[in-house]
Write a protein that binds this ligand. Structure first.
Ligand SMILES: [Zn+2]
Ligand SMILES: [Zn+2]
Length: 201
C-alpha cells in the first residue's frame, strides 16, 4: 500500500534530459552539430529546428566581462537550461558548504584539469555524471558546458585535439563558479562544518 502511494506521488515519468534533447517550441534547443550539419556548413544552428540564436563569435571571445551574454546563450540549449534550474541534491549542497567559496575554487579548477584538461580522452562524454551525483561541480560543468571536450569545443571554441591552457582552465573555472555562487548564494568564504546526511533512523 505504502509503495503504491509512493508511485502515485511520483506523477509522470521525470523528463530525461540528455545532451541532444530539445524542446524547440519552448525555446530549448540543441546546438551540437550533426555530421550532416558539419558537411553543409550548418554548424551553430539548432540541430532540430535550425534556429540560429547564439552569437558564436561573441561567446568564443571568452570575455568574462561579457559572461552574462554567454549565460543567456547557454540557457537556449535544453541540457544547459535543465542544469541551471534543476534542484541540487542535498549531498552536493553539503559538499559546497564544507568547501566554502575558496575551497570550491580549488576543487573546480582541479576537477576541470582532471576531467577535461587532456586532449583526446577516450572516456570523453562519460566523465561527468548527469545529476544526483553528490558533487555540485558536475552540475556546474553541465550548466556551463565544461562537462566534456565535445561540449567545450562547440560552446567555447576550443578544439578537442590539444590540452586546455591555464587561461582556458581559469575561464571555465570562473563560469562554473558563477553558476555555483548563483545557485548556492549562502556559502561561507572558508567553508563550514556540515554533518553527514543520516541515511535512516
Ligand atoms: Zn531548436
Ligand atoms: Zn558535455
Amino acid at each position: 500500500m505504502a509503495r503504491k502511494k509512493k508511485l502515485v506521488d511520483l506523477g509522470p515519468t521525470p523528463l530525461k534530459v540528455t545532451c541532444t534533447s530539445s524542446d524547440c517550441e519552448n525555446d530549448l534547443h540543441c546546438f551540437r552539430a550533426t555530421k550532416q550539419m558539419k558537411a553543409v556548413n550548418q554548424v551553430g544552428a539548432c540541430r532540430e529546428c535550425g534556429a540560429r540564436l547564439v552569437d558564436w563569435p561573441r561567446v568564443y571571445e571568452k570575455d568574462l566581462t561579457d559572461a552574462s551574454y554567454t549565460f543567456t546563450a547557454l540557457k537556449f540549449e535544453m541540457i544547459r537550461h535543465h542544469f541551471w534550474h534543476i534542484e541540487i541534491d542535498q549531498k552536493a549542497v553539503n559538499y559546497a558548504r564544507r568547501k566554502g567559496v575558496s575551497g570550491l575554487y580549488d576543487a573546480v579548477r582541479s576537477r576541470l584539469r582532471k576531467s577535461v584538461g587532456r586532449a583526446n580522452d577516450p572516456f570523453d562524454g562519460r566523465q561527468t555524471p548527469m545529476a544526483g551525483s553528490g558533487n555540485p561541480i558536475h552540475y556546474a560543468q553541465h550548466a556551463t558546458a565544461s562537462c566534456c571536450r565535445k561540449c567545450i569545443e562547440y560552446w567555447h571554441g576550443i578544439p578537442q585535439n590539444r590540452s586546455l591552457t591555464d587561461d582556458e582552465i581559469e575561464y571555465l573555472t570562473e563560469l562554473a563558479m558563477s553558476y555555483l555562487l548563483e545557485r548556492l548564494p549562502d556559502l561561507s568564504s572558508g567553508g563550514e562544518n556540515v554533518p553527514p546526511i543520516r541515511m535512516s533512523k
